[in-house]
Write a new protein. Structure first.
Length: 126
């Protein structure tokens, strides 16, 4: 059987590398978004680093990072944009991070449960 790609990406051994990649992505997106015109928003790109950190950080940390991304996205908008954009982007970023976190948490729980069930199986008699 092959390895599960989702589990191998979010393996604890990759934590430091992936968090570093997420940090670099945050900075790169913010810098590029700051240099381009206000009517071209790259804020949706913040979803990718949020998906990375969602697999490793706690819920409060995910919420803080997602809100920071929403504020960074909001600051490059034209001045006549409303706070509605900030609210919806905050909800989207927070929801994405928490969704990934819960998806991986449930995956780990079910893997442990199935492994425990396999260990309880009687050995076949020959």
């Amino acid at each position: 059987m092959g390895k599960d790609p989702l589990s191998s990406i979010y393996a604890p051994a990759h934590r430091k590398k992936l968090l570093a990649v997420a940090g670099i992505l945050f900075i790169a997106i913010a810098v590029v978004d700051w240099y381009i015109e206000p009517y071209i928003s790259l804020g949706f790109l913040y979803l990718f680093p949020i998906m990375i950190v969602g697999g490793f950080l706690s819920r409060p940390q995910i919420v803080v990072i997602a809100l920071a991304c929403a504020v960074l996205d909001f600051t490059n908008l034209p001045k006549d944009e409303t706070l509605v954009h900030l609210i919806f982007s905050s909800a989207g970023f927070v929801g994405t991070g928490l969704f990934i976190s819960e998806l991986l948490r449930n995956r780990r729980m079910m893997t442990r449960k199935h492994l425990g069930d396999l260990m309880k199986l009687p050995s076949p008699s020959i």
